[in-house]
Design a protein around this ligand. Structure first.
Ligand SMILES: Cc1cc2nc3c(=O)[nH]c(=O)nc-3n(C[C@H](O)[C@H](O)[C@H](O)COP(=O)(O)O)c2cc1C
Length: 340
C-alpha cells in the first residue's frame, strides 16, 4: 500500500515530523534506517541563508541515505524565501518545505511562521513565486489556524493548491494553543475531505496503533510523528507492520544496543566526541522512558561522564532492561514547545 505524495512514491504513510534541535542529519539517517518513510529538516531561516551564516548553512547539510529528504525554511521576506528555495534545490534536496506553523513569538512578530497564514491570499502570492522559482516540489506545514475563532486551514490549503504547492502537513492545534490541549483530528479530517491537495495529519501520535487509527479514521494521505518517535524510535516500522496487517513484537534488547551503535556512528561523522555526547544525552533520556531504573540512568547520562563511558553505560542499560519496558509511559505529555 504505497503512498503517493507529489512525485514521490513512499513505502508507507508514517513520517518523522520536523523538530528543531532534534531532526538533524544524524537523527534523520537513524530514523530513515528505522523506516520513517521520508524525512524533513528542522526549520532554517531564509534570512540566515541570504546572509550565509555558517550555523545556518550547517543545518542544511544532509546525506544521500536520507532520501527522500526535504529541507524546511522559514522567513517573512518573499524575495529571501524564493532565493532560499533555489539554494535548497542547488543543494540537491528532494523538496523544500515552508514552515507556516511556528508559534514562537520571536518568529511570528516578524510575520513569519504561523503568522503568514493569517492572510491566505497574500501567502498565496509568495507561494506562487516560490513554486515558480524551482523544479523541486514546494510543500508547506501549517497549524489549524491562528486561534479558535480563525481556524482557516482550508483557505490556506486552497491558496496553496492554486499556487502549485504539492502537499500540506497540518499540526492539529491553533497557534494560540501552542502545545496545550489536544490536536483536533476531526478538524484535520474535515479539511482533508475538502482538500484538493494531499494532506499529512499531525499531532499526538504516541503509539503505532494510534498512527494507524488516525490514518483509517480521518482518511489523510499520511501522518507525521514527532515526539512519539523520541520515546519509541521503532514506531515507524511498527506502524508500517500494523498498516500492512502484520504483527510486531517488542524490540529485542539487541535492537536498542544496535540503535546506540548506529547513533554513535552517525553522530561521529558530523560531531566531535564531546559534542556528540552533549547532543545525545536528551535522546538517551527520551528513549529510557518506561525502563526500570530510568531515573538513575538519566542522572548518570547528565553527569560529568567521559564519552566512552557514556556509550558503554547506554549499551549496558538498554541491553539489560529493554524487555522490561513499560509502554504505559508513552501517552504522558512531554516536550510541550517547539517550532511548528
Ligand atoms: C522540540 C520541537 C521542535 C519542533 N520544531 C519544528 C520545526 O522546526 N518545524 C516544524 O514544522 N515543526 C516543528 N515542531 C512541531 C512538530 O513537527 C509537530 O508538529 C508537533 O510536535 C506535533 O506533533 P507530535 O505530537 O507528533 O510531536 C517541533 C516540535 C517540537 C516538540
Amino acid at each position: 500500500m504505497a503512498v503517493v505524495l507529489g512525485p514521490f512514491k513512499l513505502d508507507h504513510p508514517f513520517i518523522l515530523a520536523p523538530m528543531a534541535g532534534i531532526t538533524n542529519s544524524p537523527f534523520r539517517r537513524l530514523m530513515r534506517g528505522l523506516n520513517s518513510s521520508m524525512v524533513v529538516s528542522e526549520l532554517v531561516s531564509a534570512n540566515g541563508i541570504e546572509y550565509g551564516g555558517p550555523k545556518t548553512l550547517e543545518l542544511l547539510r544532509f546525506k544521500d541515505d536520507e532520501r527522500t529528504v526535504g529541507l524546511q525554511i522559514f522567513g517573512e521576506v518573499p524575495e529571501f524565501l524564493v532565493k532560499a528555495c533555489q539554494h535548497v534545490e542547488r543543494l540537491g534536496a528532494d523538496f523544500v518545505d515552508l514552515n507556516l506553523g511556528c508559534p514562537v513569538p520571536k518568529v511570528v512578530k516578524k510575520g513569519a511562521g504561523s503568522a503568514m497564514c493569517r492572510n491566505p491570499s497574500e501567502l498565496g502570492k509568495t507561494l506562487k513565486m516560490m513554486v515558480e522559482s524551482v523544479k523541486i516540489p514546494v510543500t508547506i506545514k501549517i497549524r489549524t489556524g491562528w486561534d479558535e475563532s480563525t481556524k482557516n486551514a482550508l483557505a490556506v490549503v486552497e491558496a496553496a493548491a492554486d499556487a502549485g504547492v504539492r502537499w500540506v502537513a497540518i499540526h492539529g492545534r491553533t497557534r494560540a494553543q501552542g502545545y496545550s490541549g489536544l490536536a483536533d483530528w476531526d478538524f484535520i479530517g474535515d479539511v482533508k475531505a475538502k482538500s484538493p491537495l494531499p494532506i499529512i495529519g499531525n499531532g499526538d501520535i504516541t503509539t503505532p496503533e494510534v498512527a494507524v487509527q488516525k490514518m483509517k479514521t480521518y482518511g489523510v494521505d499520511a501522518v507525521m510523528i514527532g515526539r512519539g518517535a523520541l520515546r519509541n524510535p521503532f514506531i515507524f516500522e511498527q506502524a508500517y507492520a500494523l498498516w500492512e496487517g502484520r504483527s510486531f513484537t517488542k524490540p529485542e534488547p539487541q535492537r536498542y544496543v544496535d540503535l546506540m551503535d548506529r547513533q554513535r556512528a552517525f553522530l561521529s561523522e558530523d560531531y566531535n566526541e564531546r559534542s556528540a555526547v552533549i547532543h545525545v544525552r536528551k535522546f538517551l533520556a527520551w528513549y529510557s522512558a518506561g525502563f526500570p531504573g530510568s531515573a538513575e540512568f538519566r542522572k548518570k547520562v547528565f553527569s560529568e561522564i567521559q564519552p566512552e563511558e557514556l556509550w558503554t553505560e547506554a549499551r549496558k542499560f538498554f541491553g539489560a532492561t529493554a524487555s522490561l519496558r513499560d509502554y504505559k509511559f508513552m501517552a504522558e505529555p512531554f516536550l510541550m514547545g517547539g517550532h511548528g
